[in-house]
Write a protein that binds this ligand. Structure first.
Ligand SMILES: NC(=O)c1ccc[n+]([C@@H]2O[C@H](COP(=O)([O-])OP(=O)(O)OC[C@H]3O[C@@H](n4cnc5c(N)ncnc54)[C@H](O)[C@@H]3O)[C@@H](O)[C@H]2O)c1
Length: 313
């Protein structure tokens, strides 16, 4: 895709690397934490600059590259980890955002801020709804969003906030529900299900998110918020049913204690109209990708957030 010069912060992660695939020779700035992996970029011509979103190095990079657009995917993203160590989420999700915002006061670029449906909590929400985060992760994301809004109002910066719902697809780190269920079943392990398994999530295929972020980077109005719901709302147990029928294998479910503060559901409406991949089609592509790409996930299965059944403990 022809795109103005864009700096992709957090482009070595799950959604960022899917977005990076849409543009030619992307420039990626990423700290390469456990979730950011060069393996996510192997089939892609790109420039990778290793750095922290909260570091002054980011300003140097923006000064020398002069991007027209800066998209910030960088975040600590796993709710269970935020329950164990909330303080780790402040540096990237709050100070990191503040650092990008400070850069936007000095240099002229459009800032695309990637947020999440979790900032709304479990109430059904449109773009104007109040933020009611439940987990430390969601609270840190909501703090970032509020700083973006304050910089738009106070300093007049050009920023757009995008709030996708739960993403799934290739290259998602195995700590998350769908890849964990697929990989554990491929390894003949039990799949832990928190509480009753009846929590509802609204699933969006990662390539749909990436395409919409690209569109909004070009057309989104400064100061606006855009929700990206997948409009595929279903329970965790039904997701396991679908994965089981795609794999042609029974999933060995193990019910475990519910995650503290667990939101029962997420549910957003949007002012945008866009096509979404049907859940069954997206899940089929996702399962096939994990079957074909064992090299990608095999080094990750010693991670305690993959192995432990109640990893927040
Ligand atoms: N995955 C989802 O379901 C989902 C849903 C809604 C919103 N989001 C948001 O989308 C964004 C991307 O999510 P993801 O699932 O791709 O995350 P991810 O955990 O797969 O990747 C995060 C990326 O950010 C990088 N990073 C982390 N800390 C950094 C730091 N201090 N400096 C620079 N880079 C750093 C990591 O190395 C990694 O490449 C996040 O802002 C997340 O909150 C994700």
């Amino acid at each position: 895709m022809d795109f103005p010069l864009t700096l992709i912060i957090g482009g070595a992660g799950f959604i960022g690397s899917s977005f990076a695939r849409l543009i030619q020779n992307p420039v990626i700035y990423d700290a390469l934490t456990y979730a950011g992996r060069k393996e996510n970029l192997t089939d892609l011509r790109h420039e990778l600059i290793v750095g922290d979103v909260a570091s002054p190095i980011l300003h140097e990079v923006i000064k020398s590259k002069r991007p027209e657009i800066v998209i910030n995917f960088a975040a600590e993203t796993h709710v269970d980890r935020s329950i164990n160590r909330p303080e780790n989420f402040i540096s990237t999700n709050v100070y990191g955002v503040l650092n990008v915002l400070e850069a936007s006061r000095k240099y002229d670029f459009k800032y695309i801020h990637i947020s999440t449906d979790e900032v709304y909590g479990e109430e059904c929400a449109d773009e104007e709804s109040p933020l009611k985060p439940s987990s430390p992760y969601a609270a840190s994301k909501a703090a970032g969003d509020l700083f973006v809004k304050s910089y738009v109002r106070t300093y007049g910066i050009n920023a757009v906030i995008i709030r996708p719902s739960n993403n799934y697809g290739p290259r998602q780190y195995p700590e998350k529900f769908i890849p964990k269920a697929i990989i554990r079943t491929l390894l003949d392990m039990e799949v832990p299900v928190y509480g009753s398994g009846n929590q509802e999530r609204d699933w969006i295929y990662v390539e749909d998110t990436a395409r919409m972020i690209a569109e909004l980077a070009l057309t989104g109005k400064g100061g606006d918020v855009y929700n990206l719901p997948g409009e595929n709302r279903t329970t965790n147990l039904k997701i396991l049913d679908e994965i089981s029928s795609i794999l042609g294998r029974k999933i060995k479910i193990k019910f475990v204690k519910d995650r503290p503060g667990h939101d029962r559901k997420y549910c957003m409406t949007t002012k945008l109209k866009f096509n979404k991949t049907p859940l069954s089609e997206g899940l089929k592509k996702t399962v096939e990708w994990y079957i074909r790409n064992r090299w990608w996930w095999e080094p990750l299965i010693s991670d305690e957030f993959f192995i432990k059944d109640e990893p927040w403990t």
